[in-house]
Design a protein around this ligand. Structure first.
Ligand code: AMP
Ligand code: TRP
Length: 338
């Protein structure tokens, strides 16, 4: 139970987050959430729907509110147990924004300029390159450091942001005395980067303009089978785990994560069979795998009172820990106590 874990201060802390835009993808699930579930019994875990981060992109407030609740339902439907994990909205814990500002004063333009996600997003949102988009990774560092986090389970795309969080933690500790843990990245060995089904050199993304490249957990069964059928492969006609066959490599990774089979077992299974059977099996496997997710999601979505109880309780628990850290941070900085 979380209470027991929290009383034992030797317990290591986990923090991770996802933006409430669109809906969860198979990439999010395999790269991050599957991993979160595996950790809930051994660690004190905080999982946040990072709604403030999403404000860096223009949005429609009405749709955004819905999307936020939908994300909470998706977290729960993924099997995250709210008794074992602290699940909350970032904006319900004002200490994130407070520490975000303080860390902004301890982050350098030069290091933020190097962030590839900022470069990519400035390319895709040319008409709205706002200051929040630039300091996005500093708010992320605040999310992580606020809970004295030891481990951050994320996909490979977040490696650079994690490095920055570490640098900021070390810099702050050296300047003002030790407050923060220096967080480590925790990545799954296989599946840290699920690729687009349409372009296996690009990561599968919520915001891909080609929806055929992305499997959304809320996609219709038929749509999933169709997306798999259309997945880009090659003309080798051999199910082999090789860099030269990036499409097949990606599909094998998905297969392996869902079936638990090794790459060698998968190669043997499909020897002499065409890609058609392989893709069809994976499609069916995904459909079957996410069936319970969909059922639970629909149940949670019809019960807003339950969702409210979960996010209120989560925020309360998160605020308690966040405020304890902030008291120390304010003191170290010489801010007068209130
Ligand atoms: P995001 O969808 O960008 O909010 O990401 C939420 C989490 O899912 C982060 O830990 C990402 O690193 C992870 N993630 C996103 N896309 C992928 C992908 N294609 N493969 C593996 N992990 C991913
Ligand atoms: N930037 C992350 C993403 O795009 C989301 C995120 C925000 C996050 N704060 C975090 C992830 C803290 C891990 C820890 O996926």
């Amino acid at each position: 139970m979380t209470t027991d874990k929290r009383e034992n201060n030797k317990q290591k802390v986990i923090f991770s987050g996802a933006q409430p835009t669109g809906s969860l993808t198979l990439g999010n699930y395999i790269g991050a959430i599957q991993n979160w579930k595996a950790l809930e019994d051994q660690y004190e875990c905080y999982y946040s729907i990072v709604d403030l981060h999403s404000l860096t992109i223009r949005h429609d407030p009405k749709a955004f509110r819905k999307s936020n609740l939908s994300f909470l339902a998706q977290f729960l439907a993924s099997g995250l147990n709210p008794k074992k994990n602290v699940i909350f909205f970032q904006s319900h814990v004002p200490q994130h924004a407070e520490l975000g500002w303080i860390l902004n004063c301890n982050a350098y333009l030069g290091e933020l300029n190097r962030m590839t996600q900022f470069k990519e997003k400035s390319e895709t949102h040319k008409d709205n390159i706002n200051a929040g988009l630039f300091t996005y990774p500093v708010l992320q560092a605040a999310d992580i450091l606020l809970y004295k986090t030891n481990l951050v389970p994320v996909g490979e795309d977040q490696k650079q942001h994690l490095e920055l969080s570490r640098d900021i933690a070390i810099r702050f500790n050296n300047t003002y005395g030790k407050v923060f843990e220096v967080p480590e990245i925790h990545m799954t060995k296989v599946g840290g980067r699920i690729m687009s089904l349409q372009d296996p050199t690009k990561k599968m993304s919520k915001s891909d303009e080609d929806a055929n490249g992305t499997i959304f957990l809320l996609d219709d069964d038929k749509v999933i089978i169709k997306k798999l059928k259309r997945a880009v492969t090659d003309s080798e006609n051999k199910v082999n785990f090789r860099d030269e066959q990036p499409g097949i490599k990606n599909l094998m990774t998905i297969h392996s994560k869902l079936s638990g089979m090794s790459m060698e077992q998968i190669e043997n299974e499909y020897e002499g069979k065409g890609y058609g059977a392989f893709k069809n099996d994976i499609g069916e496997m995904i459909v079957e795998y996410i069936q319970p997710f969909k059922e639970k999601y629909n149940e949670y979505m019809t019960n807003e009172d339950y969702l409210e109880a979960i996010y209120k309780q989560g925020a309360e628990r998160a605020r308690e820990k966040a405020e304890a850290t902030m008291k120390v941070v304010r003191k170290k900085l010489g801010l007068v106590k209130f």
